[in-house]
Design a binder for this molecule. Structure first.
Ligand code: A2P
Length: 270
């Protein structure tokens, strides 16, 4: 047998202290993006916005990567949103998963994109690029987000229009959900932009914040540390540039042990 092939996970191959969960469904959005859902182990608790290590046995060894849990903490199933890297050690295999397959899930979720890491405020800005929308997919489906904030603004920027579909489907699903519909109401705003293809809203979120178009498009006042809170998830460069803009507006970075005005997730970048 080819040692580079992903093997079916036989019970003997499951590393100790790790869950092996069943894939329930897989949706491919583009050549480079897909979503999948798995069963959730009894006793696997997490806070909306956290990430966990997920993996596969590749060759003879388990291989893990950090993934934000995209489903909210109350949901029965786990959802993940992933890129496909053609030669990626994990994603080249992960992109082939089918319903019924098993994935490995480490037991300890963690992360800084959690409501507990923010001080109270009125407006929550969730800034994402690419698959950085995943932790926010969790948070915008959590009723606690709307108990804590009067308004929640999700921004999602991708190169091409097709990459925005996961976010549009998500918001549509919330609007059609019997329970979430009433909780979310008009509190959630979704601002989607592209940078390399025609779309009604175009440009990097950093440029749109700087030139004010983001605020005028949504009819919102400039960022204000008295009322506004933020979370940022994207590439290393995007995190750095967005963080600088929030700091320039007077917001301070927080953490689990020191809540403040905004938080960023560094776990996914090298
Ligand atoms: P751009 O097309 O101008 O590079 P990537 O796939 O490279 O992570 O990019 C995802 C999205 O994030 C793209 O729309 C990209 O815009 C944007 N982006 C990349 N770097 C930054 C940055 N430093 N600040 C804000 N947005 C960025």
């Amino acid at each position: 047998s080819n040692p580079a092939e992903t093997k079916t996970l036989e019970p003997a191959a499951i590393p100790a202290g790790v869950y092996a969960e069943t894939v329930l469904d897989v949706t491919h959005y583009t050549d480079s993006l897909f979503r999948f859902r798995t069963t959730r182990p009894d006793g696997f608790r997490f806070r909306s916005g956290e990430f966990v290590m997920i993996g596969l046995i590749v060759g003879d060894k388990p291989l893990y990567r950090a993934y934000s849990v995209a489903s909210p903490s109350w949901a029965e199933e786990l959802e993940f949103f992933s890129i496909k890297v053609p030669d990626g050690p994990l994603t080249s295999h992960l992109q082939k998963i089918q319903p019924g397959d098993k994935i490995l899930l480490r037991k300890k979720p963690t992360g800084t994109l959690v409501l507990d890491a923010l001080t109270p405020g009125k407006r929550l800005y969730l800034f994402s690029t690419g698959t950085g929308i995943a932790p926010f997919a969790s948070l915008i489906r959590d009723p606690e987000t709307y108990e804590k904030f009067e308004e929640v603004i999700l921004t999602h920027t991708t190169r091409e229009v097709a990459e925005l579909k996961y976010g549009f489907d998500l918001v549509e699903e919330i609007r059609n959900d019997e329970i979430l519909r009433d909780i979310v109401g008009a509190k959630l705003r979704h601002y989607a932009t592209t940078t390399r293809e025609e779309f009604p809203f175009q440009g990097r979120i950093t440029d749109l914040i700087e030139n004010g178009k983001f605020f005028s498009d949504l009819g919102l006042p400039p960022l204000d540390p008295a009322t506004d809170r933020g979370m940022i998830c994207g590439s290393a460069a995007m995190l750095k540039d967005t963080k600088e803009l929030l700091e320039k507006a007077g917001l301070d970075e927080g953490a689990n042990n020191k809540p403040a005005e905004f938080v960023i997730e560094r776990a996914f970048v090298g």
